[in-house]
Design a protein around this ligand. Structure first.
Ligand code: HEM
Length: 209
């Protein structure tokens, strides 16, 4: 029997919510890139046919927005950037070399920055997505507004895709992190090393490193 000491990090509902958002993101990124670059047009096959991709893409966008909104209201209080996070951000080189810096709480400076980037991108994507959504809403806006919305939609999608690549890379690179979102638990050693303040809050340990 394993003697690993574990701490719960995410409930089943939180994990299901996260993976629904992640799946929506993948479908949207693939079909969105297919609309954007002619060379990727064949990717519209992700929804069966190009016509279906064009119809379904905005509905999946709404689903992702609702799923992310649920995540936002669950986590926003844990994502305020404090002095310890600034320390972490300033020493990111040493963190990348494997030496954690600062008395990090539930999330570190990088995760918090990513959280606000995701929030900003999702807000721009949903607002501009509604403005460019034919045949339902786009005809209610002047053509110049639709053009600007198209540009902002594409830019925020690219920023989100770049952000999610970093998010996934970090999740795989910091060993034991994927387990948090798959099984819902992390080891004491993981929490103590990467999130010492959160570790003390969860275990009642008074010893500050
Ligand atoms: C596609 C593959 C993805 C993978 C492998 C992945 C992996 C993970 C993992 C392992 C965590 C837990 C990190 C921790 O607790 O320290 C996490 C947290 C989180 N993920 Fe993802 N994720 C993915 C996509 C996404 C997408 C598309 C979004 C939303 C746009 C997202 C939003 C979040 C949020 C909000 C958190 C909580 C972190 C915070 O509040 O700062 N994830 N993810």
């Amino acid at each position: 029997m394993s003697k690993e000491k574990l701490i719960k990090r995410y409930s089943a509902a939180e994990r299901i919510n996260h993976w629904i958002v992640a799946l929506c993101f993948l479908l949207l990124a693939i079909s969105g890139l297919a609309f954007f670059y002619p060379a990727f047009f064949w990717l519209t096959g992700v929804f069966g046919t190009p016509q279906l991709a064009r119809i379904i893409h905005p509905f999946v966008g709404v689903l992702m927005f609702v799923g992310f909104a649920r995540q936002f209201f669950r986590y926003w209080q844990h994502n305020f950037i404090d002095q310890e996070d600034i320390k972490w951000m300033k020493s990111v080189k040493s963190v990348l070399a494997g030496h954690e810096v600062g008395d990090t709480g539930k999330y570190n400076g990088g995760q918090k920055g990513m959280f606000w980037l995701m929030t900003g991108c999702l807000l721009v994507l949903i607002c501009t997505g509604v403005v460019i959504w034919r045949p339902y809403f786009a005809y209610s806006f002047p053509i110049d507004v639709v053009r600007i919305a198209l540009l902002l939609h594409a830019w925020s999608a690219l920023a989100l895709i770049a952000g999610i690549i970093v998010h996934v890379y970090a999740a795989i690179w910091v060993r034991g992190t994927i387990r948090a979102m798959v099984e819902g638990v992390v080891t004491h050693a993981w929490a103590k090393k990467h999130h010492p303040r959160w570790y003390r809050e969860m275990t009642g340990d008074k010893h500050k490193p």
